[in-house]
Design a protein around this ligand. Structure first.
Ligand code: ATP
Ligand code: MG
Length: 183
């Protein structure tokens, strides 16, 4: 599984439709302070099903919508789409056979947010599970935020285990077990 493209539209500082094509190999994002690098990472978290406004550096979920500048009007809708290359056929059974999967999240002012997988509306849970089954996701150890490297060094064994489980590709199983226990 590889992320091939991220499309932002009205998300935080990305007022207009912006495409990021991810080529093979390592990708770095560089730019001056405040140009939107962290916003791109947050857009990934958000589309993967992040439900906490705080971890998106906002006070409410609608804060992800472009809120205007001195010369550009604010927007009512924010949308982020992640296009995943799945030619090695991993992850959730339902999507395993597909070579390409698009996960999209859209939020509209006063209407809340919706998730779509390949243009079909799904539950937030389905989008979260899709990424968890691919051993990634908004809360997975594969997203390392600022200051987390130090925390990793001093982590408790249980926290460090989460990282090993992800490396072993079994973190999705834990999410499913937790879901089964809640039922
Ligand atoms: P640094 O190098 O300092 O980490 P960065 O490139 O990571 O900077 P970001 O934190 O991604 O920068 O972007 C911050 C910018 O995004 C700020 O200018 C802020 O005003 C803008 N921003 C955040 N939310 C919104 C929003 N809802 N609408 C418009 N602009 C926004
Ligand atoms: Mg930053």
């Amino acid at each position: 599984m590889e992320f091939k493209k991220i499309q932002l539209n009205g998300f935080k500082s990305f007022a207009e439709k912006t495409n990021f094509l991810i080529e093979d190999g390592l990708t770095g994002i560089v730019g001056p302070n405040g140009c939107g690098k962290s916003n791109i990472v947050e857009s990934l978290k958000w589309a993967m099903g992040e439900t906490s406004a705080k971890s998106m550096r906002g006070s409410g979920m609608e804060d992800v919508i472009f809120n205007g500048t001195s010369n550009k009007a604010s927007k009512n809708i924010a949308e982020v789409s992640i296009i995943v290359d799945n030619t090695n056929h991993e992850g959730t059974l339902q999507y395993k056979d597909m070579d390409k999967v698009e996960v999209r999240r859209k939020i509209e002012k006063d209407k809340g947010s919706k998730f779509y997988i390949n243009n079909k509306e799904v539950r937030a849970r389905d989008a979260q599970m899709f990424f968890a089954d691919l051993s990634t996701g908004a809360h997975s150890p594969s997203m390392i935020s600022q200051g987390r490297i130090g925390a990793l060094v001093t982590a408790k064994p249980t926290d460090r285990r989460a990282i090993l489980e992800e490396a072993a590709n079994i973190s999705g199983l834990h999410v499913r077990r937790h879901e089964a226990e809640l039922r």
